[in-house]
Ligand binder design. Structure first.
Ligand code: FAD
Length: 165
């Protein structure tokens, strides 16, 4: 059985809405927006958040002198420690960004595929189809979920059994 691993699809799903200079002048352009119209935490990487400009009331906008701290504040719950002019950001309390979630999910999917029987029985095949078929609905990064859905629609996963490695 093979898990689809590409993040680029052959059948392209609808492109996610993103920030632009016109629609979101105080945010870096290109951030993926969630259904609520706000930048989606799990669809953007924490490096994207680091580009956010700080706008203080009554002051003109300026890039944060401390983008890591700003990013941490945006991500919510990050602890910031300043040590000899070096900013250390503890992201252990932050929700996962797209990269962290993607790496964890790929590890799970590839490990599951590696332990999948050479000849899967009907129940195992149905369960695997259900597992992979759930991602386009349940995966919390919506553009990723749509992309994966388009990929698996174009190339349905072979769930008959694993390939001997
Ligand atoms: C279902 C799904 C859909 C996604 N869609 C998008 C998307 O549309 N846009 C986007 O920007 N990001 C998407 N991602 C996230 C993206 O695929 C990466 O996981 C993420 O960007 C982290 O990148 P990385 O370079 O650290 O690569 P990693 O996630 O570490 O891996 C990159 C490649 O290595 C392979 N790999 C990872 N772990 C293993 C393993 N244990 N054994 C063998 N091979 C492995 C993966 O198949 C992948 O091709 C998606 C993730 C998932 C799980």
């Amino acid at each position: 059985m093979t898990a689809e691993s590409s993040s680029t699809s052959s059948a392209s799903p609808a492109q996610p809405l993103r920030t632009t200079k016109e629609t979101h002048p105080n945010l870096p352009p290109g951030l993926i927006l969630g259904e609520d119209g706000k930048p989606c935490k799990v669809c953007n990487s924490w490096q994207d958040w680091a580009k956010i400009k700080v706008v203080k009331k009554g002051a003109s906008s300026s890039t944060s002198k401390d983008p890591m701290a700003m990013m941490a504040a945006m991500a919510g719950g990050a602890a910031i420690k300043k040590k000899e002019d070096k900013v250390e950001v503890d992201r252990s309390e932050c929700p996962p960004d797209t990269g962290e979630l993607g790496r964890a999910t790929w590890t799970f999917l590839h490990t599951t595929a590696a332990y999948y029987p050479l000849k899967a029985n009907t129940e195992q095949q149905n369960r695997m189809r259900a597992l992979l078929g759930s991602l386009p609905t349940l995966y919390p990064c919506t553009p990723c979920a749509d992309d994966f859905g388009a990929d698996t629609k174009a190339n349905p996963p072979d769930v008959l059994g694993s390939t001997p490695g």
